[in-house]
Ligand binder design. Structure first.
Ligand code: NZQ
Ligand code: ZN
Length: 393
């Protein structure tokens, strides 16, 4: 097993009524004036936002509201948040929403004390040394940002989507009440399920083969997510299934399934160009690309894809070759994506054919003009990226 660091410092409050703990938690982590950051409509409609405001008021904690975070959160909103924090003397960031709201908070956290423009951090031109503390109330299990070290932000100028990852981005606390996820439309539920499965895949499909504990945890998570996803598709108000999925989403991206593996992350990198350019849901973009990535790279560790087919997708062992098993596993995975309404190619994702020029542009952005590569299972150069996008057309 490879050496690893495992750092998951987020205090998790999971279950019904846990949102009632918000004021105590803000105080516990030193917050005296809060930026209450949220998205479009959902947190207001569900009554969660009102409940949070009442809790803060009752506890005598001052707050300023900043809503309007959109999926694929924009750097312009982040800059607005940074200015607000400076003007208002805010010392704690509270995200109420999904990955987009949490990531926007993380970006504000890094930009608050940074002397330059926050986007330079995402371009890796600079590194912030001081960060604001963040807490969150999660309303959609998907991105795993509630326990991850990452933040992904989109710059409207050029439609670039970039990540910035530091341990300081790990939330101080994450409140997760699965009841609030029952209002998720089927599409968002499916996008979330896909994203959390992909967070597990990105660590599972690697060149390594000697991390049995980690592999077994990953396989159990993947099987559980698929079973529970079908249940919530049938019954969106199934609390227990919503709860399994919500916790699985956090475990899929708090590095538990990465202990001792080198990981891959190519599908995520390829996808960020799709959602950056076409403003599609991240989870759906991943589903559209994964099968093509898997077929392109599986030769690097065919045994692992065969193991996945048997242990996760339940492909019966007969007299298949390793490659036949691997292909059967990939096909079964694509069939699962389709069963929950996810696209398995770019045409179905964006509703039209993608042009060769668009593919070249995405490959250019993803490879920083051909100067960098992605992927741990197979190192992908710019031409490989073009090939995979074309396979996924
Ligand atoms: O804006 P509102 O009205 O709240 O609607 C949201 C949004 O339209 C809606 N929603 C959220 N909770 C709801 C709800 N609708 C009904 N009921 C609820 N309870 O769902 C829509 C999507 O929300 P968003 O936050 O965008 O979803 P998600 O959590 O999937 O986040 C996606 C973003 O996270 C990034 C993605 O690239 C994307 O930008 N990622 C962040 C990662 C990280 N920080 O570690 C890792 C991931 O790989 C990912 O890249
Ligand atoms: Zn993801």
């Amino acid at each position: 097993m490879k050496n690893f660091k495992y750092y998951a410092p987020t205090k998790v409050m999971f279950g019904k009524d846990t949102e009632n703990k918000v004021a105590d938690l803000v105080k516990e982590f030193g917050g005296t004036k809060v930026l209450l950051h949220y998205g479009g409509q959902s947190a207001e409609k569900s009554g969660l936002l009102g409940k949070v405001e009442a809790s803060l008021q009752d506890a005598g904690i001052a707050y300023v509201k900043l809503g309007g975070v959109v999926p694929n959160p924009r750097v312009s909103k982040v800059r607005e948040g940074i200015e607000l924090c400076k003007q208002e003397g805010i010392d704690f960031l509270l995200a109420v929403g999904g990955g987009s709201v949490i990531d926007s908070c993380k970006a504000i956290s890094s930009g608050r004390y940074f002397e330059g423009d926050v986007w330079d951090l995402y371009l890796k031109k600079a590194h912030a040394t001081q960060y604001m503390p963040i807490g969150c109330i999660l309303t959609i299990p998907a991105a795993g940002s509630e326990m991850s070290d990452g933040s992904v932000i989109t710059n409207e100028e050029g439609w670039l989507k970039k990540d910035y990852c530091v341990d300081e981005f790990r939330c101080k606390f994450a409140i997760m009440n699965p009841e609030y996820t029952c209002t998720l439309p089927a599409w968002q539920t499916a996008c979330g399920v896909t994203d959390m499965m992909m967070h597990t895949f990105e660590r599972y499909f690697s060149v390594d083969d000697d991390m049995e504990v980690t592999d077994s945890i990953a396989e159990a998570l993947l099987r559980t997510i698929m079973v529970e996803a079908h249940k919530v598709m049938k019954n969106p108000n199934d609390y227990d299934s919503r709860a399994q999925i919500m916790w699985a989403g956090s475990l899929a991206h708090n590095d538990l399934t990465g202990c001792g593996t080198t990981g891959d992350w190519a599908t995520h990198n390829l996808e960020h160009e799709l959602s950056g350019m076409f403003d599609v849901s991240h989870g759906a973009g991943l589903a559209a690309l994964w099968g093509s990535w898997a077929r392109y790279t599986r030769g690097e560790n065919m045994n692992r894809f065969a193991r996945f087919a048997v242990n996760v997708m339940g492909v019966p062992l007969m007299s298949q070759t390793t490659e036949e098993l691997a292909e059967a596993g990939i096909q079964a995975m694509e069939a699962f994506f389709q069963s929950i309404g996810m696209p398995t190619n770019i045409h179905d994702l964006i509703g039209r054919d993608i042009t060769d020029a668009e593919i070249e542009e995405m490959a250019d952005k993803c490879s920083n003009g051909g100067t960098s590569t992605i992927g741990g299972l197979m190192e992908l150069k710019r031409d490989d990226m073009v090939n995979i996008y074309k396979m996924a057309k």
